[in-house]
Design a protein around this ligand. Structure first.
Ligand code: ADP
Length: 428
């Protein structure tokens, strides 16, 4: 778009690719995220000193921090994302549920608002019927969640969920909802401009998860018929309208075996898995985010959105799946990236770069696109074979094995896939 960019980095990231490639780079503090990538004062100072007009929060770190969005605005800068108030409302999952109920979007049966006491929790669980899920209102990344199968287990699960929520998110509020059995995770990419236009860009299926963390995402989902896609898409748009949403966001649902779907949460930022939507719709989501934040209307209507072919993304992590997914930081000594038509690698790896132990261990995203799902699977397998990373252990081989699993090939999988098959997948 011809827009000059300034990036921020922490002390150990001074050699990171983003810091080397940007027009300008500013160090915002030492390794500890709290002191650098989460240091609002330093980040805003960096933006002001370098004369920025707008801030893109990316994903992770401060991307869903309502106070950060508010402060960006207060400094006279544009926040590329929704308003702080919307982030705040949707960041509290029980509040988000309340709003969805009010506008008629189906939510998982459960408590309205947070649950204050053990007695209230037990009563809610009894009403919903076991099994239930205790979830942190401020939760994220799959943490602060406990499955409960009987009243006897409730008390212990309630107190550990609360303690985990307090430790991870500084807020011990939890709520109770029905545990949907063998669900599929289906999410819709939505987009809203400041003129009142709201559209969706189809769905992503993210059911290949380990401990509620996504590993493989694809679009379109094998589980949706065109009619179901239309209905869920309409509900996703309704959810965005009810939240008075602006910019790009994601409405997440779980889908049960009978084809019932329920809202679980809304993410108020761009997702790690947004490239699969870009591949099937041809829309550059980040570009559109910047345009919308600058006050332009959406560059397309719902009728213009066409899903073409099939796309799959594999998250590539520096970890050892054969040793309990132990993180494997270190230095990259050799690197070969796959390529060719319909192959995209989003990464900041380069030969000689160091993967620091301080941050998330996702080091690349491999995305493919093909005319059919079978083509996309073949292309992903070939790309994983060609993707060579030397110096650190990765999950490339595990992804390759999943791409050969009968259940994955047939698209007959749910969020329990990894739990069910991990031992066999890593057993040789
Ligand atoms: P987080 O914000 O921590 O990622 P989510 O609410 O998005 O939490 O849920 C993460 C994952 O947990 C979902 O993708 C799904 O696999 C599982 N999950 C969440 N709610 C339910 C539910 N009610 N029943 C079954 N599984 C659920």
């Amino acid at each position: 778009m011809g827009i000059e960019t300034v990036v921020i980095y922490s002390e150990p990231d001074s050699d990171a690719l983003h810091a080397q490639l940007a027009d300008e780079a500013v160090c915002v503090g030492p390794a500890k995220a709290q002191d650098s990538y989460l240091n609002i004062k330093n980040i805003l100072s960096a933006a002001m000193i370098t004369g920025c007009d707008a801030v893109h929060p990316g994903f992770g770190f401060l991307s869903e921090n309502a106070s950060f969005a508010d402060l960006v605005k207060k400094c006279g800068l544009v926040f590329i994302g929704p308003d702080g108030d919307v982030i705040r409302a949707m960041g509290n999952k029980s509040e988000a549920r309340r709003r969805m109920v009010a506008c008629g979007v189906p939510v998982v049966p459960g408590s309205v608002g947070g649950v204050d006491s053990l007695e209230q929790g037990l009563a809610e669980a009894e009403k919903i019927g076991y099994p239930v899920l205790i979830k942190a209102s401020s939760g994220g990344g799959g943490r602060g969640m406990r499955r409960v199968f009987s009243p006897e287990e409730f008390e212990c699960a309630f107190s550990t969920a609360k303690a985990e929520a307090k430790a991870c998110f500084g807020d011990d509020e939890v709520y109770v909802e029905k545990l949907i059995q063998q669900p599929r995770h289906i999410e819709f990419q939505i987009f809203a401009d400041s003129k009142g236009n709201v559209i969706h860009l189809g769905e992503r299926e993210c059911s290949i998860q380990r401990r509620n963390q996504k590993m493989i995402e694809e679009s379109p989902s094998r589980a949706l018929t065109p009619a179901l896609r239309e209905k869920m898409g309409e509900h996703a748009v309704m959810a965005a309208r009810a939240a008075e949403y602006r910019n790009a966001g994601t409405v997440e649902f779980v889908l049960d075996k009978q084809g019932n779907y329920y809202f679980i949460e809304m993410n108020t930022r761009v997702q790690v898995e947004h490239p699969v939507t870009e591949m099937v719709t041809g829309v550059d989501i980040i570009r559109e985010q910047i345009r919308v934040a600058a006050g332009f209307p959406l560059s397309m209507n719902q009728e213009d959105v066409k899903l073409r072919g099939a796309s799959i993304e594999c998250r590539i992590n520096a970890e050892n799946p054969y040793e309990g997914f132990r993180p494997c930081p270190g230095q990259i000594v050799g690197l070969h990236l796959p390529g060719g038509p319909g192959v995209r690698v989003d990464t900041a790896l380069y030969p000689g770069c160091k993967i620091s132990p301080h941050y998330d261990n996702m080091i690349a995203k491999l995305i493919v696109h093909g005319p059919t799902r079978a083509d996309a699977i073949r292309k992903m397998r070939r790309s994983l074979e060609e993707f060579l990373i030397q110096g650190v252990e990765t999950n490339i081989e595990l992804q390759y094995l999943i791409l050969h699993h009968q259940d994955f090939i047939k698209g007959r999988y749910d969020t329990g896939f990894m739990e069910k098959h991990l031992d066999t997948l890593v057993s040789y």
